[in-house]
Design a protein around this ligand. Structure first.
Ligand code: NAG
Ligand code: NAG
Ligand code: NAG
Ligand code: NAG
Ligand code: NAG
Ligand code: NAG
Ligand code: NAG
Ligand code: NAG
Ligand code: NAG
Length: 646
C-alpha cells in the first residue's frame, strides 16, 4: 500500500518536471503562438518596448505573458499602459481585431489586462462571448478610447470575476445579460457614456462586491431589488440622471461600506432602517445634489460606522435628529442647502472626531448649543445663512482649538470686529463674516492673521481706511470687501506682498465702497496670479497706469462707475488673458489703443459712457461686440458704430 503511494508520487514528480520543462523551455502551444503573433502585428506602437521583443517560439517567456505550468497554455496577457507615445498623444491601435480574431486561438486565457492610457480604440466585438474565452476571469481595458455599446454576448463569459472598462467612451445601454455573470465580483464601468436604465438583472450578481457606474448618463430608477446584492461593499451610481426613489431594499445591504448616489435626480424620502444593525458597515454615504424630501430619519443614528456623509443640496426638512450624536466615528457632515429647521441638537457634541460641519443655507434657529464647545477637533464650521440670530461671534467658538475655517455669513452678527472675537487658537485660514451687520474700522491687528487664505467681509457696514498692516497677509488668495463703506486709498491692497515669488492673490473684490485713490499702484506690487479684480462703484480718480499690462493672468477687470480720467494705456495688450473688461461710466479719454486687438479671449467688453474718441481699431475681437459696448462716447466711430467721416 505504502510503496504504491510512493511510486505514484515519483511518477507524478517526473511528469510535472517534464511538463514544466515543456512550457518554460521550448515552444509554446502553436495556437497561442499564432494568436499572440497576430496580436503583435495589430499593434502600431509600443514605446515600452515589451512587445517588440516578442520573438521566437517560447511565448511563455515573453514579457507580459504568463502560461500555466502544467498545460503550457497562455493564461495571462498583462500589458497595462503599454502603448504610449512619447508625447502622450493617442496612437489608436484597434482592439477589435484582437478581440475577434487573435483571441479565438488564445482559448486558455484567464486574464486580459490592456489597461491604462494606452490609446486602444475600436469596439468590443460580439464574438467576445462566443465560447472562445471559457476561462476568462479578468477583463481589464480601462483608460483607453474604446467606443460603441457592450455586446450582449459579454454575458457568456461565464467565469468572469472582474470587469474593468472604466474611463473609455462606451455608449449604449448596459447589457441585460451581464446578470448572467454569476461569478462577477467587481464591475467598474465608470466615466463612459452609458445611457438607459441599470438592468434589473444586475441583482442576480450575488457575488458582486464592487459596482461602479458613476459618471455616465444612466436614467430611470435604481432597480428595486438592489438589496439582493448581499456581497456588495461599494456602490457608486453618482453623477448620472437616475430618478425615482431610493429603493428601500438598499438598507438590507449588510456588507456595504460605500454608497454614493449623489448628483442624480432622486426624489422621495431617505429610506428608514427597519431593524437595528442594518448597514452596520456603512462608512461613506453621499446622497447630496438630488431632490430628496422629508425628514432625516431618526434611525440615521444607527449607522454607527459612518465616517463621512453628505445630504447636502436636497429639499430635506424637519430637524437634525438627535440620534446623530451616536455617530461617534463621524469626521465630516454636510447638510448644507436644505430646508432643515429647529435647533442643532446638543447631542452633536458627542461627535468628538468631527473635523467638518457644514449646515449653511438652511432654516436652523438659535441659540447654538454651548456643548458645541466640546467639538475640539473641529477644523471647519459653516453655519452661514440660517435663521441664527447670533448678535456676536460666540466666544466658545473662537476657543475651539483646531478651528481654522469659519463661515458665519448672514448670521446677524453686529458691532465691531474685536481682537477676542477672532483670536482662535489655531491659525485662521478662511473667514467669512459677510452679509452681517458689522460696523467700525478694519482693525490694524488683522495683519497678524498671516495664515489667512480667504477673507470675506462683504455686505457689512465697515468703513474707514484699509489698515497698512494688510500688506502682511502673505498667504491671502481671496479678498472680498465689496458693499461696505471703505474709503481712502487702494494702495495698501495693491501692495500685499506675496510669500511666494509667483504670487497667490487671485481674487479681489472691493466694489461698491467709497475708495477714492491709489489706482496708480495697480499691478505694482500685486501678484501676477490675480485673475479677478472688481473696483466698480467707487469714487476712484486718476490715471490707469501702464503697469496694468503686468497682470497677465487677469481674466476679469471691472473698473466701471468710477472717476478715472486718463487715456487707456497701450500696455493693455499684454493683459492677454482678459475675458471680461468693464470700464464704462468713467471719464476715460483718447483713442482705443490698437493693442485691444491682442485681447483674443475677450468675451465681454463695456467701454460705454466715457470720453473716448477716434476710430475703433478694426478686427477681432472688437468687431464681435455690439454698439452698446461703445455707446455714450461722443467721439468714437467705426464698426460697430457709424463710419468715421474723415
Ligand atoms: C510556475 O513555474 C514558475 C517557474 O518555475 C514558478 O515561479 C511559478 O510559481 C509556477 N506557478 C505555478 C502556478 O505553479
Ligand atoms: C481619445 O480620443 C479623443 C478624441 O477622439 C482624444 O482627444 C483623446 O486624447 C483620446 N484619448 C486617449 C487616451 O487616447
Ligand atoms: C459627470 O459625468 C459626466 C459624463 O461622464 C462627466 O463629463 C463629468 O465630468 C462628470 N462630473 C463629475 C463632477 O465628475
Ligand atoms: C442613539 O441616540 C438616541 C438619541 O440621542 C438615544 O436615545 C439612543 O439611546 C442612542 N442609541 C444608541 C444605540 O446609542
Ligand atoms: C462673499 O460673501 C458674499 C455674501 O455672502 C457672497 O455673495 C460672495 O460670493 C462671497 N465671495 C466669494 C469670493 O466667495
Ligand atoms: C463687480 O461688482 C459689482 C458691484 O458689486 C457687480 O455688480 C458686478 O457684476 C461685478 N463685476 C463683475 C465683472 O463681476
Ligand atoms: C460715500 O460716498 C457717497 C457719494 O459721494 C457719499 O454720499 C457718502 O456719504 C460716502 N459715505 C461714506 C461712509 O463715506
Ligand atoms: C484728470 O483729473 C485731474 C483732476 O481731477 C486733472 O488734474 C487731470 O488733468 C485730468 N486728466 C486728464 C487726462 O484729463
Ligand atoms: C508688453 O510686455 C513686454 C515685455 O515686458 C514689453 O516689452 C512691451 O513693451 C509691453 N507691451 C506694451 C504694449 O506695453
Amino acid at each position: 500500500m505504502g510503496s504504491k503511494i510512493l511510486c505514484f508520487i515519483a511518477i507524478l514528480t517526473v511528469l510535472t518536471n517534464v511538463e514544466s520543462k515543456r512550457s518554460f523551455g521550448e515552444k509554446c502551444h502553436p495556437n497561442d503562438l499564432k494568436g499572440l503573433t497576430s496580436f503583435k502585428k495589430g499593434i502600431r506602437y509600443d514605446t515600452s518596448g515589451r512587445v517588440k521583443k516578442w520573438i521566437g517560439y517560447s511565448c511563455c517567456k515573453w514579457a507580459g505573458i504568463t502560461c500555466n505550468n502544467f498545460t503550457g497554455r497562455v493564461t495571462e496577457i498583462n500589458l497595462p499602459g503599454f502603448i504610449t507615445s512619447d508625447d502622450g498623444s493617442p496612437l489608436q491601435t484597434s482592439i477589435s481585431g484582437f478581440l475577434s480574431h487573435s483571441i479565438t486561438l488564445l482559448s486558455a486565457l484567464e486574464i486580459i489586462d490592456l489597461s491604462g492610457l494606452t490609446g486602444l480604440t475600436g469596439k468590443i466585438p460580439p464574438s467576445i462571448g462566443f465560447h472562445h474565452l471559457p476561462r476568462l476571469r479578468k477583463l481589464s481595458l480601462w483608460g483607453n478610447n474604446l467606443t460603441g455599446p457592450l455586446p450582449e454576448s459579454i454575458g457568456k463569459l461565464s467565469k468572469l470575476e472582474e470587469m474593468y472598462l472604466f474611463e473609455n467612451s462606451f455608449s449604449g445601454s448596459i447589457p441585460e445579460n451581464l446578470g448572467n455573470l454569476k461569478g462577477l465580483k467587481k464591475l467598474d464601468l465608470h466615466s463612459n457614456s452609458f445611457s438607459g436604465a441599470i438592468p434589473k438583472s444586475i441583482a442576480n450578481l450575488k457575488n458582486l462586491e464592487i459596482l461602479s457606474l458613476q459618471n455616465n448618463f444612466l436614467t430611470r430608477e435604481i432597480p428595486a431589488n438592489i438589496g439582493d446584492l448581499q456581497a456588495l461593499k461599494e456602490l457608486d451610481l453618482s453623477n448620472n440622471s437616475l430618478s425615482g426613489k431610493i429603493p428601500s431594499s438598499i438598507n438590507t445591504l449588510k456588507a456595504v461600506s460605500i454608497i454614493y448616489l449623489n448628483n442624480n435626480q432622486l426624489i422621495g424620502e431617505i429610506p428608514q432602517l427597519l431593524k437595528p444593525g442594518q448597514m452596520s458597515a456603512l462608512s461613506f454615504l453621499r446622497l447630496d445634489d438630488n431632490k430628496l424630501t422629508g425628514k432625516i430619519p431618526d434611525t440615521f443614528g444607527q449607522l454607527t460606522s459612518l465616517q463621512r456623509f453628505s445630504l447636502a443640496n436636497n429639499e430635506l426638512e424637519g430637524s437634525i435628529p438627535s440620534s446623530v450624536g451616536n455617530l461617534t466615528s463621524l469626521t465630516e457632515m454636510y447638510l448644507n442647502g436644505n430646508k432643515i429647521s429647529s435647533q442643532i441638537p446638543s447631542s452633536i457634541s458627542r461627535l468628538s472626531n468631527l473635523l467638518m460641519l457644514r449646515v449653511s443655507n438652511n432654516m436652523i434657529e438659535g441659540p447654538l448649543p454651548h456643548e458645541m464647545a466640546l467639538l475640539t477637533n473641529l477644523q471647519t464650521l459653516d453655519l452661514s445663512f440660517n435663521g441664527l440670530d447670533l448678535s456676536t461671534i460666540p466666544n466658545w467658538l473662537v476657543k475651539l482649538p483646531s478651528l481654522s475655517k469659519v463661515y458665519l455669513a448672514g448670521c446677524k452678527i453686529q458691532g465691531q470686529i474685536t481682537e477676542d472675537s477672532l483670536a482662535t487658537p489655531s491659525p485662521l485660514q478662511e473667514l467669512d463674516l459677510s452679509a452681517n451687520q458689522l460696523t467700525g474700522k478694519l482693525p490694524e491687528w488683522i495683519g497678524s492673521l498671516t495664515g489667512l487664505y480667504s477673507l470675506n467681509l462683504s455686505k457689512n457696514g465697515l468703513y474707514g481706511k484699509i489698515p497698512s498692516s494688510i500688506t502682511n497677509l502673505v498667504s491671502l488668495g481671496m479678498l472680498d470687501l465689496h458693499s461696505n463703506k471703505f474709503s481712502g486709498s487702494l494702495q495698501q491692497v495693491f501692495q500685499i506682498q506675496s510669500r511666494y515669488t509667483s504670487g497667490s492673490l487671485t481674487f479681489l473684490d472691493l466694489s461698491d465702497n467709497n475708495f477714492t485713490s491709489g489706482i496708480e499702484q495697480i499691478g505694482a506690487g500685486i501678484q501676477q496670479e490675480i485673475q479677478y479684480i472688481n473696483l466698480s462703484h467707487n469714487l476712484v480718480k486718476g490715471k490707469l497706469p501702464d503697469s496694468i499690462g503686468r497682470l497677465e493672468s487677469m481674466k476679469s477687470l471691472d473698473l466701471s462707475f468710477n472717476n478715472l480720467n486718463s487715456s487707456l494705456p497701450p500696455s493693455f495688450a499684454n493683459a492677454s488673458a482678459l475675458e471680461i473688461l468693464k470700464l464704462q461710466k468713467n471719464q476715460f479719454s483718447g483713442k482705443i489703443p490698437e493693442g485691444f486687438l491682442e485681447l483674443r479671449k475677450l468675451k465681454e467688453l463695456d467701454l460705454s459712457d466715457n470720453f473716448l474718441r477716434g476710430k475703433i481699431p478694426f478686427g477681432k475681437p472688437l468687431i464681435n461686440f455690439p454698439k452698446e459696448s461703445f455707446s455714450g462716447n461722443k467721439g468714437l466711430c467705426g464698426i460697430p458704430l457709424d463710419p468715421c467721416t474723415t
